[in-house]
Write a protein that binds this ligand. Structure first.
Ligand code: NAX
Length: 314
């Protein structure tokens, strides 16, 4: 057997955590022959609930699970972790303004950045506002290379893939190279210019430009809100699934005819920006039309505003 990989998950007793950690322990993230040690972080008020999560992990008797570390101190819980998936974040409370939400979450990511301030860990930020939380973390973990930090955009990519597939009457696997740029927020920009359906350009298959620029974009951008409306709870299984894919995108070769999306650090703009990647490099030469260009400017402006709102934590 191989040596175990230590994987930390924050917000482990939350909804996404509950959909995520059992899949990690089952081998869905690193493979069916890779032992795992889970490091689970929660806030003190959620430690009782986390105990229940831990008991259930025990009761799965996962052959790959070699240990579980739990606690509420990031310094202790993150110790030795090779991967950290940061799901825990503060949700928007009643009457809370966006800038308060940004500031409250920034404080969390200042502390977690300090606890992950080393070269030998890779970090995926899922908790919202994910791009700006990643930026705060990066500024507070100077020893952690910025290329070791990503924010999650894969759920947005998947949401765009399935909408294109349904419209074209094909399966999700027939749709490739779907990029989503910018912020993980309603300003995100799904790219219909460079995506393909069964190897053909999307615009040659779906000739309805009004749909591509209208309903398609809106559905992808507002999918999270639609799920809350239908389920009374926000997306969790699909978010956990996207987190698993993001790590696989990170460690496995990208199929030749495809690309993947993640928020990565852009040094020029000092932002974490959703980008199209292939084999861990930015895909160069993707051209977008003036409609998408305008949208990219809007999402970039939003990210710059978010950055200003957390300036004191950088
Ligand atoms: P929950 O509220 O169910 O769970 C969050 C958990 O995090 C709670 O158990 C809470 O106690 C814990 N937590 C809060 N502060 C913490 C801290 N400082 N340290 C450790 N744990 C802490 O939310 P859930 O539905 O699981 O969503 C988690 C986050 O993911 C939210 O911020 C949500 O907005 C974000 N999402 C991000 C997505 C993305 O694509 N980037 C998509 C899904 C999701 O909306």
């Amino acid at each position: 057997m191989r040596a175990p990989i230590r994987v930390a998950v924050s917000g482990a007793a939350g909804q996404i955590g509950y959909s995520l950690i059992y899949r990690i322990a089952a081998g869905d993230m690193f493979g069916k022959d890779q032992p795992i040690i889970l490091h689970l972080l929660e806030i003190p008020q959620a430690l009782t609930s986390l105990k229940g999560v831990e008991m259930e992990l025990d009761d799965c008797a996962f052959p790959l699970l070699e240990g579980i570390v739990t606690g509420s101190d990031p310094m202790k819980v993150f110790e030795g972790a090779e991967w950290a998936i940061l799901v825990g974040a503060k949700p928007r409370g009643k009457g809370m303004e966006r800038k308060d939400l940004l500031a409250d979450n920034a404080k969390i990511f200042v502390d977690q950045g300090k606890a992950l301030n080393r070269k030998d860990v890779k970090v995926l930020v899922v908790g919202n506002p994910a791009n700006t939380n990643a930026l705060v973390l990066a500024h507070n973990a100077k020893d952690l290379p910025k290329e070791n930090i990503r924010s999650m955009m894969r759920l947005d990519q998947n949401r765009a893939i399935i909408q294109l597939a349904k419209k074209a009457g094909v399966l999700a696997r027939d749709v490739k190279s779907v990029a989503v740029y910018g912020n993980h927020s309603p300003t995100m920009v799904p790219d219909y210019n460079n995506a393909t359906i069964q190897g053909r350009k999307v615009e040659d298959v779906i000739k309805d430009k009004t749909w591509l620029q209208g309903e398609f974009m809106t559905t992808v951008k507002k999918r999270g809100a639609q799920i809350i409306e239908a389920r009374g709870l926000s997306s969790s299984a699909s978010a956990a699934n996207a987190a698993i894919q993001t790590i696989q995108d990170w460690i496995l070769p990208t199929p030749k005819d495809d690309l993947f999306c993640a928020g990565i650090y852009n040094a020029e703009r000092d932002l974490f920006f959703g980008a199209a990647l292939k084999d861990q490099k930015i895909v160069l030469g993707l051209k977008i039309d003036s409609f998408l260009e305008e949208q990219v400017k809007i999402t970039e402006k939003e990210l710059l505003e978010e950055r200003e709102a957390v300036r004191q934590y950088l």
